[in-house]
Design a binder for this molecule. Structure first.
Ligand code: NDP
Ligand SMILES: O=C1O[C@H](COP(=O)(O)O)[C@@H](O)[C@H](O)[C@H]1O
Length: 508
């Protein structure tokens, strides 16, 4: 797939957090890498009023705030922001699209884009349905000749539950765009370290034979953050952690860890295997929902605000900022292997990692050093920060006697001399531009994921007695999530404890 020569990227939600923190820095980096189309312009769209000049100044300031110092280059930033244009409109008002169309044509004439438009929906999810419909009303969904392709990128969460996801897929999108024009973005798939899980599994012969229920005891997936909801209280209070993180990012990590080898690394084979994992998730019974899901909400502690004190959050909110749960996958490879996943805001540190816990040896022949008996082998895949992989195994303590202890063998991305790009958006925006949907979520996968999680949302809604446990901001979440794992005789490994390698730095 080739990079197009010309394109206009229309960002709905151009005054928002995602645009300033992720999209603009990613576009600037693509520009710096000379990966943008030669004739390129951005049309930022939102209700706030800005002139082109004001918008450029604003983005200029934000690039200085969000880019790393080594990426800042004043003259490049100046020429980059000159490609930005702004149009104030209300995306929920169909009449405003009558003005968007001539605005786009005007820009089109200026940069000769051949009406090749990439729409990016970075608005509140409540607008994800109407925008494609209103674009269609004015013909802005239609391809024009060979060059004038139209594509639409939609942020997560795609839908609010199964019904709304089905409606989005089958009514709003299918009516206006073909599946190959739709890019449902989940930025976890754009992370180098997540893609590397596939290389680890499918480009090495030593892991795959043991990657199954015969050798693996359980799998633990953590993606936690040490910040609260910041300026996104309004969005978050309606959304909650299950929709914001679990239904998309965490379940993607489950899929990449659990999937069968795709026939090839292409859009169909890879996404077929992801969808199969989602379809194989063992449906949760009410008992499971009681016993195997823990939700929490951070409360004030020391100098940190509680969730209910955050801006735009209902002071009586029961929205969860933490979820831990146990999942099962009903297939030959994974039957009876628990997957424990957890995510939360206001935790002690920011870390995303997968720990594959292998089964212990059937019998320990040796004494343990310092009374610390080695546990089973663990493979730790650190997604962020300090990206790397650690294999923990047991060795003899040198000297007399026969004591053993656990040590770590590690690979750190630092050792390659360059860290993977922190920003998955660089990779994913480039993929949208060239039209490669491999790393984007397909409609059947999104639906299968919602099919699994919607009963949980319904259960919470119809059972107000199910607790939302408070946890002090800055801690590892409700103690009930520990209890959930004890049933299997295991416990969460909090990152600072398990990384013995000093390269894999821990903030605590
Ligand atoms: N922020 C992040 O880190 C991430 C965000 N996302 C997703 O991106 C999407 C946008 O998130 P984010 O940028 O944080 O949200 P913000 O609230 O910061 O921005 C929303 C944007 O939509 C515009 N908008 C247009 N119409 C409306 C409306 N009717 N109500 C409210 N806003 C409107 C707002 O501008 P104006 O008021 O000027 O119209 C603003 O530009 C969400 O779906 C989120 O899940 C995904 C991953 C990460
Ligand atoms: O999509 C989202 O992801 C971020 C966390 O992403 P990460 O790459 O920094 O791990 C989360 O903060 C946000 O709430 C959510 O919308």
């Amino acid at each position: 797939m080739d990079k197009p020569k010309s394109m206009i990227m229309v960002i709905f939600g151009a005054s928002g957090d995602l645009t300033r923190r992720k999209l603009m820095p990613a576009l600037y980096l693509l520009y710096k890498l000379k990966k943008l189309p030669v004739n390129f312009a951005v049309l930022g769209v939102a209700r706030t009023q800005y002139t082109d000049e004001e918008y450029r100044e604003r983005i200029n300031l934000q690039l200085h705030r969000f880019l790393k110092a080594e990426d800042l280059n004043e003259s490049l930033i100046d020429s980059f922001v000159n490609m930005l244009h702004y149009f104030s409109m209300d995306p929920s008002n169909p009449n405003d699209y009558l003005h968007l169309q001539p605005k786009l044509l005007e820009l089109d004439t200026k940069i000769e884009s051949g009406e090749h438009y990439l729409y990016y929906l970075a608005t509140p999810p409540s607008l994800y349905g109407v925008i494609p419909q209103y674009l269609k009303n004015v013909g802005l969904n239609l391809d024009k000749g060979v060059r004038g392709k139209k594509r639409i990128v939609v942020e997560k969460p795609f839908g609010y539950n199964l019904d709304s996801a089905l409606e989005l897929n089958n009514v709003y999108y299918k009516d206006a765009f073909r599946e190959d024009q739709i890019f449902r973005i989940d930025h976890y798939l754009g992370k180098e370290t997540v893609q590397n899980i596939m290389a680890l599994r499918f480009a090495n012969s030593i892991f795959e034979p043991v990657w199954n229920r015969n050798y693996i005891d359980h799998i633990e997936i953590t993606a936690v953050e040490n910040m609260g909801v910041e300026q996104r209280g309004g969005y978050f209070d309606e959304t909650g952690t299950l929709r914001d993180m679990v239904q998309n990012h965490l379940i993607q990590l489950v899929a990449i860890t659990a999937m069968e080898p795709p026939m090839a690394f292409n859009e169909d084979s890879f996404r077929d295997e992801v969808a199969k994992v989602y379809q194989s998730l063992t449906p949760l019974t009410e008992k499971d929902m009681h016993e195997h899901i823990v939700r929490g909400q951070y409360v004030a502690s020391e100098n940190k605000k509680g969730y209910r004190e955050e801006k735009d959050v209902d002071p009586l909110s029961r929205t969860e900022t933490y979820v831990a749960m146990k999942l099962g996958i009903s297939n030959w490879r994974w039957n009876s292997v628990p997957f424990y996943i957890r995510t939360g805001k206001q935790m002690p540190t920011k870390v995303s990692e997968i720990i594959v816990h292998f089964k212990p040896t059937p019998f320990l022949l040796f004494n343990c050093s310092d009374k610390q008996c080695p546990t089973a082998n663990q493979l730790i895949i650190r997604i962020l920060p300090d990206e790397g992989i650690v294999l923990k195994f047991t060795m003899k303590v040198p000297g007399a006697g026969f004591e053993v202890k656990q040590v770590a063998m590690d690979f750190s991305y630092k050792s390659l001399g360059s860290l993977p790009s922190e920003d998955a958006y660089v990779r994913l925006i480039e993929d949208c531009m060239i039209g490669d949907p491999t790393l984007f979520t397909r409609s059947d996968a999104v639906e299968a994921s919602w099919r699994f999680f919607t009963p949980v949302l319904n259960f919470w809604e119809t059972h107000p007695e199910i607790p939302v446990y408070g946890y002090p901001a800055g801690t590892w979440g409700p103690k009930e999530s520990e209890a959930m794992m004890q049933e299997h005789g295991v416990q969460w490994i909090n990152p600072c404890k398990n990384l013995t390698n000093t390269d894999l730095y821990c903030e605590l």
